[in-house]
Design a protein around this ligand. Structure first.
Ligand code: ARG
Length: 463
């Protein structure tokens, strides 16, 4: 018989058992479910709602079930619907009628909210530490490439020279925000819902704060109706995941472009590339492409959960069981993608010569040529026009600004002097952009130092 079968005269249809059961995906909450039940049972004993002996029996039964599951000895059944009722049923089979006391003062509605919060908290920590690994890798690479000059782009057209260090640290900033967002999101996940019951709390004198402390929560939820119907924390978390994936997808896109024959800025390691079944010469950046592609799944999951929650009346509705696959898939995807991306970027080799060569083409120093004239007294708009004309001249002559002679410069403005060549060398262009936030090696040194301190501090907090 079903645990809720008392009021029913007929069995559920077979198709319904299959349709509404969630065990095939929520089995992964077994640890949280058991730890939550252990804390609940201990509290029931402590509050004399059940006897101390009964509580002890329940706790040791649950501990055995946890071990059995971990040894692969437990088979869950669809007719017991979900992880909560599967475990309760096994407990009753194991310890007899005393097991039937576990669910006193509790509903699956607050139980599932508890389990999912515990699980999400754990996964936030795991994703955060993977992101920290990625950040450390980026800082290491940025350090190595402080002097590597490359073209910076806008509209994917060459714009101004920067350092590879600067480019890599731009991603560092994005992932820093992701880590901060996750830590902030965790504050709202970290609230203990047991005691909310089905919707209207309970008449038993439960010690909610004791349970919260026991389970490592920093607060208890404030309204029972809200606590059982709130999935905001999942929406927030999948939003964080979506932003992480968006960042990864941008980085992957750049690596894919950079690995092309047209760019040749990077060589992806063989271990992170794949070949073609027909074209023998091919080496494709499939891993980067797949991460870019998987971004779509996580965005999809966000829309799923937002749509599931839209217009739901208070409090719990079965629709909410649909939250889990979206949550679990987002977690699995982000964990895999951040981890493999970190390995991939570690093994990528950067072609400094190609980057330098490309930075010296496409007039990336044109702004600096205009700034040179400004320093000599010309208003910026006029300087812009002079250099614009110089650029057309260079295009016609198939030359770069550094290829011109001083005589050629003087045809466009008599202000030009011999020092123009120093003023527009790529090194000068980059070195002079040395205010905080800029790409100059001196600015990057400070930025990397600040980043390393931030990382050390987070390591100390031990997320
Ligand atoms: N499996 C359910 C879920 O994931 C657990 C809560 C069920 N509660 C209920 N009243 N049917 O949402």
């Amino acid at each position: 018989m079903k645990l809720w079968g008392g009021r029913f005269e007929k069995q559920t249809a077979k198709e319904v058992d299959d349709f509404h059961s969630s065990i095939h995906f929520d089995y992964r909450l077994y640890k949280q479910d058991i730890l939550g039940s252990i804390a609940h049972a201990q509290m029931l004993g402590k509050q004399s709602i059940i006897s101390k002996e009964e509580a002890e029996k329940i706790v040791s039964g649950l501990e055995e079930i946890l071990q059995d599951i971990e040894k692969g000895k437990v088979k869950f059944s669809i007719s017991n619907e979900d992880i909560h009722m599967n475990i309760e049923k096994i407990l009753i089979q194991k310890i007899g009628d005393v097991g039937k006391k576990l669910h006193t003062g509790r509903s699956r509605n607050d139980q599932v909210a508890l389990d999912v919060r515990m699980y999400t908290k754990e996964k936030i920590d795991q994703i955060t530490s993977l992101l920290l690994n990625l950040e450390k890798t980026l800082v290491g690479l940025a350090q190595e490439h402080i002097l590597t000059i490359m073209p910076g782009y806008t509209h994917l057209q060459k714009a101004q020279p920067i350092t590879l260090s600067h480019h890599l640290m731009a991603y560092f900033e994005m992932f820093r925000r992701d880590i901060e967002r996750l830590r902030d999101c965790k504050k709202r996940v970290d609230s203990m819902p047991l005691g909310s019951g089905a919707l209207a709390a309970t008449t038993y004198p439960l010690d909610r704060n004791w349970v919260a402390k026991e389970l490592g929560f920093s607060s208890i939820t404030r309204n029972s109706l809200d606590a059982v119907s709130d999935r905001d924390f999942i929406i927030e978390f999948i939003s964080c995941c979506s932003i992480i994936m968006m960042h990864l997808s941008r980085f992957c896109e750049e690596l894919i472009i950079w690995a092309s024959h047209e760019f040749q800025f990077v060589e992806m390691d063989d271990a992170y590339s794949t070949g073609s079944s027909i074209m023998p010469q091919k080496k494709n950046p499939d891993v980067a492409e797949l991460i870019r592609g998987k971004t779509g799944r996580v965005y999809g999951n966000l829309i799923t959960i937002l749509t599931v929650m839209k217009s739901l009346p208070l409090a719990y509705n079965k629709d909410m069981q649909e939250d889990k696959e979206a949550l679990f898939d987002s977690i699995d995807t982000v964990i895999k993608c951040v981890d493999i991306f970190t390995q991939m970027i570690k093994s990528t080799s950067f072609n400094k010569e190609k980057m330098y060569e490309q930075a010296s083409k496409g007039f990336t120093n044109a702004t600096d040529a205009a700034d040179y004239l400004v320093k000599k007294g010309l208003p910026f708009r006029s300087a812009h026009e002079v250099v614009g004309k110089l650029v057309i001249y260079c295009i016609k002559e198939d030359k770069s600004l550094l290829d011109l002679s001083l005589d050629e410069y003087r045809k466009f403005s008599p202000i030009f002097e011999e020092d123009i060549f120093h003023a527009i060398s790529l090194e000068t262009c980059v070195n002079n952009r040395n205010i905080p936030g800029g790409p100059a090696p001196s600015s990057m040194k400070t930025a990397i130092e600040e980043a390393s301190n931030w990382l050390d501090k987070l390591d100390e907090i031990k997320i």
